[in-house]
Design a protein around this ligand. Sequence first.
Ligand SMILES: [Zn+2]
Length: 246
Amino acid sequence: MSSDTKLEVVTAVPERAMVIFAHPDDAEIGSGGVIAKWVASGCEVTYVLCTNGGAGTADRSLTPAELTERRAAEQRAAADFMGVRHVVMLGYPDGGLEDTREFLGDVVRVIRRHRPDTVFVHDPYRMRSFQHRDHRKAGITTTDAVYPFARDHLHFPEHVDQEGLEPHKVRELWYWGADEADVIVDVTGSIDRQIAALVRHESQMPGFNVPAGDTIGDRVKRQAAEHAAGHGFTYGAVFRRLVARR
Ligand SMILES: [Zn+2]
């Protein structure tokens, strides 16, 4: 993101938000600064973890089952620390997320149950750099779930007829990791909390996803400072935002 691009600064905080993400730690990386800030302002947040994270290690002594258990515990600890109210774990295999009817129905159901105003997810349309296949699948399926599937009662009608849920209209969908962001949130006051939550994912620290010679905190702060440049605050988190028509 070049510093001469002026983004819309968002200060409003919704009543309820949901973060939908492929692997343990993606939520803290993608939206942690904003979520920490919004929770402090009274926003009720739900995390939806799509896979079990059972492939996320370079340590060959760990079995996938051991890793899955560890990563679920780490994710719970990070969510608790962040003040996230609800954590839903869908349990799909790491590296095995597909854009299926079942996965779509699962995402529609959590949206109808927890009724977020704003949903965060991976940008599935990123073209300029590599990203994990699971991130693209989570992004696409969430985009479809938000509109129109969760909104319209004749999609997955069994949620309404048999499970006591009502259709729900999400107001805004925020993508992290976008090629071209259009909104920014000042996270100067919450970035330390984001980093403290991120390091709860001990199986991923220090080396697995971080360049040598750097800490995860250094990396997060450097990127956030680049985003904020020219906006009059120190650290920023950027997103591409879709807004539903009234
Ligand atoms: Zn991931």
